[in-house]
Design a binder for this molecule. Sequence first.
Ligand code: BLA
Length: 511
Amino acid sequence: AIAAAGPAARACEAEPIHVPGSIQPHGALLVVDPRDGRVVQAAVGAGGAGAVAGDPLGRPLAEALPPGAAPLLRDLDSRLPDAGVVHLGLMRGGEALHHLLAHRSEGAIVVELERALASEPGSFDDVYPHVRAFLDRVQRVRDVAELTALAAREVRRVTGLDRVLIYRFDADWNGEVIAEDRNDRLPSYLGLHFPAADIPAQARDLYRISRLRLIADAGYVPAPIEPPVNPLTGRPIDLAFAVLRSVSPVHLDYMRNMGTGASMSISLMRDDRLWGLISCHNRDPATVPYHVRTACDLVGQVLSLQLAADEASAVADRRDALRMIQNRLLARMAAADHYVDGLIASGDDLLALAGAGGAAVATGGTVVRIGATPPERDIRAIVAWLSARERLDVVATDSLVAAMPEAGRMKDLASGVLAISTSQIHDSYVLWFRPEVIRTVTWGGDPRRHAEPSADGARPSPRTSFAAWQETVRLRARPWAPPEIDAAGELRTAIVDIVLRKAEETAALSE
Ligand code: BLA
């Protein structure tokens, strides 16, 4: 499929988003030297101005903040873990309420004040009852579509944002919106695909370790960190875990082009890999209270775990089913004079083992075909292609033509090939074939217009239209699933065993 590459996409990947040098202005950020408790760097946005009066630089942290902060900051250095953001509490400074948060970064302590609403939940306990019902229901749902729809609905209910999407990455980091809950203030993106470069690699790396981010106002003016260089390290401070971290200006352009004034996204993890995002938007700027965000993070984690468990059990079921087929094949091969006779006698099982439309056994110069296969001369061409490359035990492709251009003529029978090599010495293979399945992928905007590099060397400009754009994907088969590839690999081991045993028996007889 289409991949957005080129200079603009590479420029996107090069942006060091963990050291933006500024914050979003709905609060204040203070960098503290843990040795003497003094403020060495500060950024004060409009939302933090009420709480940080005067110039905090060089002052002890507690003196730079209102008296209400003092009890929350007591013994901060010894209470703070090595990793992770700690919510110290809600603090009143003059008229305004602020959440006080702290974490460590490169030996320094980063203290953040996030502006809170008078009416917002003061603790996670206040939000928990809303999530309870979701936790109860999730355990009774057994279907990806239903689970993701449930999570989208729940996140929208607790945040009140206009649109909540569940976004799943594919193997190439393109993504698809697989569930959605929204009102009519923003258009539907359900079913749309987006290119990998919309969320560049360094952003995905960051989202793996820091699971939630909020952009409260896509039109914000960043508040700079002063001085720009952290005197403790001689470098700009790493804000990977800061809730106020200023985000990429290109991404802010992207949001404005999409017509979204606020955005929040939550990482969905599978083992240590990012598998998706809960991506939330509001047409107008909006804030999501700290404890509501924590609730959304919990929804995301439960969703990830439940999907992983369901997928694991589906894969286990498939493996069990293939194992039964494999056992029948092994029994027939062992009983036959030559394993090939056993395989041919079980043609349906051979096809079912890989979920293929056709199969062939090519050995000793002969080709035996089962089911819907290309003609013999095409199979010989595939065997020649396999033999010409490094001999692998198992080869699987869902796009034969990508590796072997002349295979275009075989597309209706063999767009996908799975092959096992059954001899180290001879060109012996068992092959399975799958036909072309023409697919339409609907992208959110033309992915080839992903970004225009700007002529003046300034930042790249993201595409301006996200209207549905259709791509027709040809010359591809349904991909081979891991249990099918593994079953083919195990059949190979069995065949090699049988051939070896027969050879030994023959040798023993002739002694
Ligand atoms: C970040 N891009 C993001 C984020 C999302 C997307 C969700 C995370 C930040 C957030 O929560 O808003 C993309 N948003 C999407 C997609 C959908 C969506 C795919 O709603 C689909 C439904 N992006 C570009 C270009 C660049 C780029 C040309 O289009 C080049 C610089 C970069 N995107 C980019 C960067 C970030 C980003 C650098 C990280 C922002 C940050 O965290 O600082």
